[in-house]
Design a protein around this ligand. Structure first.
Ligand code: FA5
Length: 349
């Protein structure tokens, strides 16, 4: 049964509250008073509940009276509680003053560029000095740009050279892949700019491939120079200048190779920087590490890109940017570049 909220009962409750509040000394005692009067079974709470049991005609007035009293008393009590809490906080702050003149702690880790990013920036600069502009293309590519325009006909066995990740297309009849190389940017650039053109295109590529020197996602830099009279001699000159600028006078070798989009094609190896050519785990005991594929742009590719192969010739190359970073910074496992281990990455700051 709740207490009936008669005017007399309210006055009595108020008098009791004033006495209790007057006697309460510290924060703890005030909180106890709050619970005794306003808690779930508190004196004022019971009076408020009693309103429901009155005659309907009396409820409105009684409800207003209880609420007014509750508001008044609670405000008064909260005021004192807040003042005491603030006092306690100030006392705590005085006990342990802040010394604003202390110097800050230096950060433990300082960020830095990833070694592959640094190598790519360096390569952009080197090729920039040789007059190459930067071009870009999408990472999700159509089969046409990634393969067909590059002279890989459908079902041609050369497609198996690049273990492709396929992407489910949104529209029927479009075949999409994660680009397996940056060579599609050659076609995009020639179609957009025509001849002459001289670009490099750094970017991420994807292959279903993984070991000490192969990763499923890695970076390449494509190079393309199309103009009248461009020959294999220009290709060798540009690549040798790049190697000299990037690695000093390290030996490189040009081996004949096959890529459907160039004729003739070559692969370029650098002398292994870990064993100076003696043979080790990284170079699979050959003394050489392959860093790029290159060749003279195939006439069929020039035609796909609407460039007259009778008038223009060109060369193209595709560098493994992570491979170059491995050689430049002497990292013997490509996985170090992808594991985000701060102990490794900190060494390249
Ligand atoms: C190509 O991707 C050709 N598009 C390159 C090219 C461009 C040839 C223009 C002719 C003209 P290849 O598959 O060999 O070629 O890859 C080129 C370079 O990428 C390799 O020399 C190697 O350094 C690097 N590479 C290839 N696969 C991986 C991989 N899984 N992880 C890291 N680097 C790789």
């Amino acid at each position: 049964m709740s207490d009936a909220p008669t005017p007399e009962a309210l006055s009595r409750a108020e008098a009791e509250f004033v006495a209790a509040e007057g006697q309460a000394q510290g924060l703890e005692e005030l909180l106890e008073v709050r619970s005794r009067f306003f808690g779930p079974k508190g004196r004022i709470t019971q009076l408020a509940r009693g309103v429901r049991e009155l005659d309907p005609a009396d409820r409105r007035q009684a409800g207003q009276n209880v609420n007014r009293l509750k508001r008044e008393l609670e405000t008064r009590l909260d005021h004192r509680i807040r003042a005491l809490e603030e006092e306690a906080r100030q006392a705590e702050l005085r006990k342990d003053p802040l010394d604003l003149t202390l110097p800050g702690r230096p950060p433990t880790y300082r960020g830095g560029l990833h070694p592959t990013t640094r190598a790519i920036e360096e390569m952009i600069e080197i090729f920039g000095h040789m007059g190459f502009d930067i071009a870009t293309g999408p990472e999700v590519e159509t089969d046409w740009y990634n393969f067909e325009a590059l002279n890989f006909p459908p079902d041609h066995p050369a497609r198996d050279m690049q273990d492709t990740f396929f992407v489910a297309p949104r529209q029927p009849n479009t075949r999409l892949v994660l680009r397996t190389h940056t060579s599609p940017v050659q076609v995009r650039t020639m179609l957009a700019e025509g001849a002459p053109c001289r670009i490099i295109s750094p970017g991420r590529v994807f292959r279903c491939d993984s070991d000490a020197t192969h990763s499923p996602s890695f970076f390449q830099i494509e190079g393309l120079w199309v103009d009248e009279g461009i020959s294999m001699a220009h290709l060798k000159g540009v690549l040798q200048s790049f190697i000299n600028a990037m690695f000093g006078e390290r030996p490189a070798r040009f081996r004949p190779s096959f890529f459907p989009f160039v004729e003739p094609g070559v692969e370029v190896d650098m002398q292994c920087v870990f064993c100076d050519g003696a043979g080790c785990r990284v170079c699979k005991r050959t003394g050489w590490l392959e860093i790029l594929g290159a060749g003279m742009v195939h006439p069929a590719v020039l035609e796909s890109a609407q460039i007259d192969p009778e008038k223009y010739t060109g060369f193209a190359f595709g560098l493994g940017a992570d491979r170059v970073a491995m050689l430049a910074y002497q990292v013997d496992d490509l996985g170090h570049f992808f594991r985000s281990d701060l102990r490794v990455l900190e060494q390249f700051r």
